[in-house]
Write a protein that binds this ligand. Structure first.
Ligand code: AMP
Length: 148
């Protein structure tokens, strides 16, 4: 998928937003949804998406929506750090098929890292058990600071 193509309203994140397929949610508000990556590259791999935009990538996202998504990413990373105590974390945001993007609805990945644990490759991680993801999501959500 090129960087320049129409938004596919049936992409998997659009279907999650419409409630057509399940997702393990961490938190949401009117503007953003934060949920567990079902093929986690490390324990606690989270995705942050906008609810109100059909931007497929960073080139297309409206600046005010980007601000909300980045703020949500920071809020989630703070909670994740308290809950899972990673030694570090990676923020990943891929653009275009050649950039490694596989779902064409703009999103930020938060991937917790520990120095003694390897990270699974993007697109090569096994599917996680919903119950395991739900337990992680609850631990992260429990550490959220009040919305600013
Ligand atoms: P990207 O390749 O940057 O577009 O990332 C898409 C991410 O979505 C990958 O890390 C996938 O593991 C993840 N993913 C794909 N399908 C689902 C799903 N149904 N629920 C949660 N995460 C998903």
């Amino acid at each position: 998928m090129t960087l320049h193509a129409p938004y596919d309203a049936d992409n998997i994140f659009a279907r999650i937003l419409r409630g057509e397929i399940p997702a393990v949610k961490v938190w949401e508000d009117d503007h953003v949804l934060v949920f567990m990556d079902v093929f986690p590259q490390s324990e606690g791999h989270v995705l942050v998406i906008a609810k109100t935009s059909t931007a497929r990538n960073l080139l297309e996202i409206e600046p005010e929506v980007l601000n909300r998504v980045v703020a949500a990413t920071q809020r989630t990373a703070r909670a994740l750090e308290k809950a899972l105590k990673p030694e570090g974390f990676q923020i990943m945001q891929l653009n275009g098929e050649a950039g490694g993007q596989t779902v064409f609805h703009l999103h930020f990945h938060i991937i917790p890292r520990w120095s003694d644990r390897s990270m699974k490759g993007h697109g090569h991680a096994p599917m996680a058990e919903p119950a395991v993801l739900k337990a992680l999501a609850e631990r992260i959500a429990a550490e959220l600071e009040p919305a600013g």
